[in-house]
Design a protein around this ligand. Structure first.
Ligand code: GDP
Length: 359
């Protein structure tokens, strides 16, 4: 399954955020290098539709889709040269499908900043520079081999050309995700496993003042665009997950937020990974299933069971909104809102599905 690596300089609140994400109780220590072992947290993707489906179908339980996060040991200036936990970091980050960079915005004289001052712009640049340098090394190592292989016709020229073009962009200080890498051959680029070609999400860890400062948030959003920006207060999130749901909702409302930072992050993460869900419902469970954006009906069926994909006949689909409006699948059918879709159908968000298959 796809995972998002949580990265960032030491002491920016990664562990605090990660603890909140996993509701685990790993110690968040106030010194650099506290985070050594990578951990995986698997959090539910918030989806209010599931509760409504469950009550319509009288389902026994709700099974949400999930998003996986990996906590990656801290990066420092010089990490690409193997300083600090650099090499460990680079190995872990390479395995992630997207990178979530936590950046400190909160001011707290009791929490040391590795560079002695809080500057989101500088921190982002420090990490970007390390990742760019590491990717340049990767390409510089691969290019001579690729040249030989292209001469011997073992590798297509486009692979070498992509490597050279990517290196040129990195030398100019560009990340390969976002607009800069968009012109490169996607398949060739992927084969190099570069870190800056992964999608990025920026989490800005702010105190209450920052959460109430739209001008600051706009500035930070512009700084990282077109990548996604998520604003949250990691300590607040850590408190929130300790409360029972009613108290948590109340505390959230009091803070003036419509959604918790973790829910926001799960949602943005899910989208950044290129994922989407479809829904199934019955007396046993109301469930969201994870597929890739653009997956067809048989591919979606295969997520439930490989037999469903092999023996796929058709999918009976009703849109969530139609179903809610009409109150039952039978009523939806009577109104012509239940569609029969074949093997070429591309799944849409909010599809409530029943698959027909032979075995
Ligand atoms: P990491 O090194 O990036 O994993 O950072 P930690 O999560 O261990 O946090 C470092 C220190 O900053 C800890 O003492 C946290 O309690 C504190 N901290 C984390 N988030 C916040 C925040 O939003 N506000 C304040 N004031 N302190 C925070």
């Amino acid at each position: 399954s796809l995972t998002i690596g949580i990265a960032g300089l030491p002491n920016v609140g990664k562990s605090t955020l990660f603890n909140a994400l996993t509701r685990a109780t790993v110690l968040a220590a106030n010194y650099p290098f506290a985070t050594i072992e990578p951990n995986v947290g698997i959090v539910p993707l918030p989806d209010p539709r599931l509760e409504r489906l469950a009550s319509l179908f009288d389902s026994e339980r709700i099974v949400p889709a999930t998003v996986s996060f990996v906590d990656i040991a801290g990066i420092v200036r010089g990490a690409s040269e193997g300083e600090g936990l650099g090499n460990q970091f680079l190995a872990n980050i390479r395995e992630a499908d997207a990178i979530c960079q936590v950046t400190r915005v909160f001011q707290d004289p009791d929490v040391v900043h590795v560079d002695g001052r809080v500057s989101p712009k500088d921190d982002i640049e420090t990490i970007s520079t390390e990742l760019i340098l590491a990717d340049m090394q990767t390409l510089e190592r691969q290019i001579p081999r690729l040249e030989k292989e292209v001469r011997g016709r073992k590798t297509e020229a486009v692979v070498l050309e992509t490597a050279q073009a990517a290196l040129a962009l990195l030398e100019r200080g560009e990340l390969l995700s976002g607009t800069a890498g968009a012109g490169l051959d996607a398949e060739a680029l992927k084969s190099f496993q570069l870190m800056t070609s992964k999608p990025f999400i920026y989490v800005f860890n702010m105190d209450d003042a920052g959460m109430d400062d739209p001008a600051l948030q706009t500035e930070l959003r512009d700084l990282v665009a077109p990548a996604e920006a998520v604003f949250l207060n990691a300590e607040f999130e850590a408190e929130l997950v300790e409360l029972d749901p009613d108290d948590a909702r109340e505390m959230l409302e009091e803070s003036g937020q419509s959604e918790s930072g973790l829910d926001k992050l799960a949602r943005v993460g899910f989208e950044t990974l290129g994922l989407q869900t479809f829904l199934t419902a019955g007396p046993k469970e109301a469930r969201a299933w994870t597929i890739h954006q653009g997956d067809t009906a048989p591919e979606a069926a295969g997520v439930i069971h490989t037999d469903f994909q092999k023996g796929f006949i058709k999918a009976e689909i009703v849109g969530f909104d139609d179903l809610m409006e009409l109150g039952s699948v039978a009523e939806a059918r009577a109104h012509g809102k239940v569609r029969m879709e074949g093997k070429d159908y591309v799944m849409q968000d909010g599809d409530v599905v029943e698959f027909r298959f032979s075995n």
